[in-house]
Write a protein of this length. Structure first.
Ligand code: A2P
Length: 276
């Protein structure tokens, strides 16, 4: 459960994290994050836009105390929202996130979406906070190959991570290979297709074979294709279930069968047609 991948700057990041998109600020997010840490999660993925950074911060502080952990044991990701992109505004947004999370550093800070004309200045701000040691790694989210190509023409620091929508119906093979070639770790948001993929009959059949649930099959598939995964749940049983994926291995035939479910289907927004 605490298996990690080493990012391109040497920082270790857990393969599995808890996503908290749509987890309500206050009680709901606090309970979700605390129960995740209690069952062994060591990575939490939030964003300014989720409006729950305060609850995430509170939960982390309490969980550290209650489980005898230290700050360094938890990997915290947050993201700068689109309306705050630009150099100065991103520096401000970063400080706001730090203070809401009540932390003195962030593990991974991401550009949430590639806002045209803005993301290069935003990236310079990320490079600055990275060089100042306020964040251990910087990266992007929802970047397609052409966005990365463009960013890399002037970037001093290569993004450590690219977090994108990725699941069996959206197996972004070309993007996965491109990121791999550039040393950028791919990370999956909505790995369960917002929960809709667990009804898939072929995933159910594979799940029965391994004595696992379809959700566990999908999350295990992520790890085996080399993608960090951050399923969202606010339910303690599903939070625990989603973490129980380190004791089995999908065989090649099943890996291929899952890959064959690809339909290039998005449940979320398309980065190339996003209304910013
Ligand atoms: P809940 O928070 O009530 O558990 P994704 O991460 O792909 O966006 O999926 C998140 C959605 O899937 C949420 O609606 C979440 O609901 C649901 N979900 C998360 N884990 C599981 C699971 N193991 N089985 C069924 N549904 C799940």
């Amino acid at each position: 459960l605490q298996d990690t991948v080493t990012l391109n700057n040497g920082v270790k990041m857990p393969w599995l994290g808890l996503g908290v998109y749509k987890a309500q600020e206050g009680d709901e997010v606090v309970r979700a994050v605390k129960s995740a840490i209690q069952v062994g999660y060591r990575s939490i993925d939030t964003a300014a836009a989720y409006h729950n950074e305060e609850g995430v911060g509170q939960a982390i502080a309490e969980a550290i105390q209650e489980n005898g952990l230290s700050r360094e044991d938890i990997f915290v990701t947050t993201k700068v929202w689109n309306t705050m992109q630009g150099y100065e505004t991103t520096l401000e947004a970063f400080e706001t996130s730090l203070s809401k999370l009540n932390l003195d550093y962030i593990d991974l800070y991401l550009i949430h979406w590639p806002v045209g004309g803005k993301y290069k200045d935003t990236w310079r701000a990320l490079e600055k906070v990275y060089k100042e040691g306020k964040v251990r790694a910087i990266g992007v989210s929802n970047f397609n190959i052409h966005h990365l190509e463009d960013l890399l023409t002037d970037a001093e620091v290569v993004p450590a991570v690219n977090q994108v929508e990725f699941h069996p119906q959206l197996f972004q093979k070309e993007l996965l290979e491109y990121n791999h070639d550039k040393g950028i770790q791919l990370e999956a948001w909505s790995p369960l297709g917002q929960g809709k993929l667990i009804e898939d009959e072929s995933l159910k059949a594979i799940a029965a074979k391994y004595g696992k649930t379809p959700a566990q099959i999908i999350l295990r598939w992520d790890l085996q294709v080399g993608v960090i995964t951050i399923p969202k749940s606010v339910n303690e049983h599903r939070i625990a279930q989603n973490a129980d994926i380190f004791d089995f291995q999908l065989d090649g035939e099943d890996m291929a069968a899952i890959e064959a479910l690809n339909q290039n289907k998005r449940f979320g927004s398309d980065p190339d047609n996003f209304i910013f």
